[in-house]
Design a binder for this molecule. Sequence first.
Ligand code: NAD
Ligand code: MN
Length: 482
Amino acid sequence: MLDVPKFHTDLFTASGWTSGGGGTFATLNPATGAPLAEIAAAGAEDVDAAVATATETLHGAWMAVPPSEKGALLYKLADLVERDIETVAMLESLDMGRPVGIGMVLVSNFIASLRYYAGWADKINGESIASYDYFGAATHTYTRREPVGVVAAIIPWNAPLMILGWKLAPALACGNTVIVKPAEDASLSILHLASLVEEAGFPPGTVQVLPGHGPVVGEALSLHPGVHKISFTGSTEVGRRVLRNSATNFKRTTLELGGKSPQIVFDDADLEAAILGLAMGVFFNQGETCAAGTRIFAHRAVYDAVVEGLKGAAEAQVVGDPFDEATTLGPLVNAAQRDRVLSYIEKGRADGATLVTGGAAPDRPGFFVQPTVFAGSNDMTIAREEIFGPVGTVIPFDDDAEVLAMANDNDYGLAATVWTRDLGRAHAASAALQAGAVGVNGWSPLGPQLPWGGVKASGIGRELGYEGILANTEAKTVTVVL
Ligand code: NAD
Ligand code: MN
């Protein structure tokens, strides 16, 4: 095991590291259940103070930094995260339980987002638009793309830095100031990042981090009249509340919520590649993945092979210590999440699904659940609700129209995967699926260039790519009568 770094556990504000008005709270190591750190919790008054400083910095020190230099600061931050990549990947593993090697991949995505938007910082341009005359006089009209203002980023525990990158990088590149609210279960990597923001030399107040409780800090941010945009990633239930709260002052609201993504294996698929991808879709990050492909539709002709293949992939997972290099599946984030997943497994059994493999918590300390595969149908609870654990259900189908209808018969619409060698079928299915992203012959390709977000109960708005620039700016139309 690597050396454990010093934990940052305080609030990070314009005046540096401070304790919060909300007391402290404990974060646990999910691999053992033992206390890991005591973190300062922000109170509502800390939110007020942070919004006041973020507002001042927005119109002052941060606005005064020329666009190219904003980009240079983002590049510098990326280099610092890269320097500390092992530390931050380790902090996330300690805090939320995933194997460190997978953490390195997700932190690399964070670095990539910083660099992608660093390049955008001095390329955010308005347009010149031909328009009507004004009482016979010609006009000249152009648009300015201005920052939205003070942005609040509310982050879940399953991929803290990666998801923060989708919000922080475009917000800063567009000239906004940002207040970050990490999840209670995983604040440590984001607090380390705050120390790198400080080291990179961003003007104080440009980025602030307020750890604490969702119903206190998240609630205050989503209600605050000084916050202009909320970018929230988390559960559908809390997302609905954030959207309602944000109506106080019509905040721009981006919601990245839950999913129950279908993976469709047609009878002409490359089965070996498909099974590899299906397994990743179900077991990556312990299944604590918004895009988890937990509804696996297999054509009747390949159904048995898919069930057998997925069973093999589940049984090949190495469940264990996130710091052991052989481990592919760590513990779930906390005891409540483990119990929730186990209760879904019980529901699966009660609904009459066939347990193919797994189905229990291994006998060891920590919050582990065995990789689990069911054979079932699309109307069972395990195929309808987000489980957020290593549990997948394989469902048979007979033809294309039937499977596309089943795939769309769900409240969520985040991602989908299609496995086929038939190009026409791949495009037709991609068009028909109600989802924010479709992967053909690959599970969940993700990059800062690719817009990300959901439809239906999976959220509203898009992050990443040029969509991320549009979501972090307001267009102002200026018309000059000549
Ligand atoms: P959660 O909704 O419980 O918490 C998310 C964040 O919201 C946390 O920081 C929490 O403290 C905060 N929060 C809680 N109550 C709040 C309130 N009243 N007002 C404002 N903020 C509040 O979600 P979670 O359990 O941390 O994360 C898992 C969920 O996130 C899953 O549903 C998963 O699908 C979703 N997710 C979605 C994406 C995506 O891109 N669509 C990515 C990752 C995770
Ligand atoms: Mn934790």
